[in-house]
Design a protein around this ligand. Structure first.
Ligand SMILES: Cc1cc2nc3c(=O)[nH]c(=O)nc-3n(C[C@H](O)[C@H](O)[C@H](O)COP(=O)(O)O)c2cc1C
Length: 189
């Protein structure tokens, strides 16, 4: 697939099948992440591959966080929320949590460390697309919760920036309109 085609046909695919993804494919997707630009070559990305019961371990943490947020955790509504949160990581056979672990080098700018990891995530989405996989970048407030940071053993400065849900597509995404780039571009001669 030509790079332009890959970029313009990539879409978020929230619905995927349970079909397993070969390990080599997952490794190739992660390797694509490591080729992203990164200032001072700090390589601030960290990758955590969750499959099988690994997803339930994360789900347990999600459930605890959601439970702690409920004013009446025993109510029917709260229980449903907690259960949904706990099951969220089970929505795809593979979840790759992508973390940022900023370097403390004295010329390093924190913002740029996160920028590099975001670039890595886009590389990974494109690589997944190239393999015919469906993928979606998910976050939500829970992504940045200290309990999630601790689950992945990241430092106080570190953070998960993306949960990449991956699997073989089980849906066709609806077309979406993009604003014409010309409308968003200013040429300064
Ligand atoms: C930083 C970031 C966080 C996102 N978090 C979520 C999320 O939590 N849930 C979700 O459904 N989509 C999430 N998305 C995906 C966007 O909703 C999606 O990219 C957007 O709707 C455009 O659709 P497309 O990816 O098919 O072009 C996120 C995207 C980014 C860049």
């Amino acid at each position: 697939m030509h790079i332009h085609e890959a970029i313009t046909t990539r879409r978020s695919i929230p619905l995927v099948t349970e079909q397993a993804i070969p390990t080599e494919v997952i490794e190739e997707i992660i390797e694509a992440g490591t080729h992203a630009p990164n200032h001072f070559r700090t390589e601030p990305w960290r990758f955590f591959v969750l499959t099988g019961e690994g997803r339930s371990k994360l789900g347990k943490v999600f459930g605890e966080i959601t439970q702690a947020e409920q004013t009446d955790p025993q109510s029917e509504e709260a229980r449903k929320k907690i259960e949904r949160s706990r099951n969220n990581p089970l929505r795809s056979p593979v979840v790759i949590a992508v973390g940022a672990e900023p370097s403390d080098g004295n010329r390093v700018i924190l913002q740029e460390e996160f920028a590099a990891v975001h670039a890595a995530v886009q590389n990974m989405l494109l690589a997944a697309h190239g393999h015919g996989l469906g993928a979606i970048w998910r976050t939500g407030a829970i992504c940045y919760h200290p309990k999630v940071t601790a689950f992945f053993n990241l430092s106080n400065e570190g953070e998960i920036v993306a949960f990449l849900y991956l699997g073989y597509p089980d849906m066709e995404p609806k077309p979406i309109e993009r604003t014409d780039a010309k409308q968003l571009t200013t040429w300064i001669d």
